[in-house]
Ligand binder design. Structure first.
Ligand SMILES: [Zn+2]
Ligand SMILES: [Zn+2]
Length: 136
C-alpha cells in the first residue's frame, strides 16, 4: 500500500492528497517553464490522472493553456501558486513538486528535460556561495 502525500498552495485554500506513486520526476528547462515558474526550471512529478483527491479550494483554480503544447499553467487564483493539473491529451497528472508537504519516495525516473533551452546563468550555479537566509 502506498502512502498518500498532502499538498497545498501558498495561501492554503487549495489542498489535495496524492498517492506516492509517480512515473517520472521531470526537471524542465523549457522556455515556457521559465515563465510559469519565474525560475530556472520546473520540478514536476508525473502520475496517473486519477491519482488525486481534491480536499478543498477546487473552485479557486484557474488555468492557462500554453498554445501548441501539452503543458498548462494551473494555479490558485487567490495566491497564484501552481497546483496539479492534467495535461492537454489527458494522459498524465502533472504535480509541481514544491506543492507537496512531504518529499515523495516513489518518484520514478528523475530526468532533466529541454536542457538546450536552459538559462545561460544556470550553468554557473555550482560555485555560488550559500547562506542560511538572506545575506545581511
Ligand atoms: Zn492559494
Ligand atoms: Zn517545461
Amino acid at each position: 500500500m502506498t502512502n498518500k502525500i498532502k499538498g497545498s498552495c501558498l495561501c492554503g485554500a487549495v489542498t489535495f492528497k496524492i498517492r506516492d506513486d509517480f512515473q517520472a520526476f521531470n526537471f524542465c528547462h523549457c522556455e515556457q517553464c521559465h515563465k510559469t515558474t519565474g525560475a530556472a526550471y520546473a520540478a514536476n512529478l508525473k502520475t496517473a490522472p486519477g491519482n488525486i483527491e481534491w480536499l478543498s479550494g477546487k473552485e479557486l483554480i484557474k488555468q492557462y493553456d500554453v498554445p501548441g503544447r501539452e503543458i498548462r499553467t494551473v494555479f490558485c487564483s487567490n495566491c497564484g501558486c501552481n497546483v496539479p493539473y492534467v495535461n492537454h491529451s489527458r494522459t498524465w497528472l502533472i504535480v509541481p513538486a514544491g506543492s507537496l508537504e512531504t518529499a515523495p519516495k516513489n518518484t520514478g525516473q528523475k530526468q532533466i528535460i529541454f536542457w538546450p533551452e536552459r538559462h545561460e546563468w544556470f550553468d554557473h550555479m555550482g560555485g555560488i556561495e550559500k547562506f542560511d537566509g538572506f545575506r545581511e
